[in-house]
Design a protein around this ligand. Sequence first.
Ligand SMILES: [Zn+2]
Ligand SMILES: [Zn+2]
Length: 362
Amino acid sequence: MKEISVPAEMTACVWRGGTRVEVETIPVPEINEGELLVQVEACGLCPTDIKKIDMGLTKPPVILGHEMVGKVVAAGPNAEKFLGKRVVVYHHVPCRSCRLCELGRYSQCEGYKKTGTSAGFSPAGGGWAEYVNVASWIASGGGVVEIPELLPAKIAILMEPLNTCLKCMSALPESKGTLVVLGQGPVGLMLTALTSRDGWKVFAVEPLPERQEKSLTFGAQGVFHPKEDLAGRLQDVAAPLGYDAVIAATESEEAINGSFLFLRPGGTMILFAHTRLGQELKIDAGQIGMAEKQIVGSYSSSIELNSLTREILLDNRFPWGEFVTHVFPLNEINSALALARRPQGGSLKVAVAPNPEALKDA
Ligand SMILES: [Zn+2]
Ligand SMILES: [Zn+2]
């Protein structure tokens, strides 16, 4: 095994149940053949991680966090080529040999559902810690993406959410027309920035004034408050046929139904925020059966989009530097979670880092 000096112990944010996360000193993960040890520079807080905590969707104890960037400081036999590289790590990779992978449904592959990055306990991401073990099948399966030394960590951690946005966009109708994006959180704003530059005429729905403002600077032609006569406002921009597509980057049933009504016949609605099973949504089935509207889902990322994602992340025509507004040290994880749960004062993406002062500004 080759390595750059690594301590025996580290700080990690361990979720042991409840809504708080404990800051603990635990052993640095060991690595075996084909595995990597990554020293984390920063890791984003993803809404799916917060849902796991708040709704108890996973079994504690776990160390969450999967939007991570760092340096490979140790590499097991047969993985030495990664040593010293600055990388973004995906926590899932598909097997590429099952029927679902053959169909391009990578995020539905049984192998993909296994998490391959861990800072301890059962693998759950591990990015909210100083060091992470990367499984051999992630390293050899295309889950480790090298990035330039100069790319700010605050931008690099957007790689996985950006991939999920690009994947979502591949479900849009081919002919670019009008699009409504429901919700302008970090991911909704990312979709606004991407789709407007891709030729879509984008309208957004968002209650927070700071996010409404961002939405307009990121390319939206108009932005509406969900409570202020949404139906009327949407009907105005939908005329005469209705808009071509809706992306629901929110779980709001009201916004989803309000916008579904003004989708053009045969138009597409993509559910992007319904990330757990058992969630019900009441929908006018006649809009599907008669008006031939389609509802599709898009979940997680696609390995086929890894290189495009990297390319777009490095493209400075996009406002990637504006997405991560707050980086907390690991020992302030609960403040970071609180801000991510209740955005304030223009906060967008929240991240944690072992040493926030060391991060280059984005
Ligand atoms: Zn995520
Ligand atoms: Zn597969």
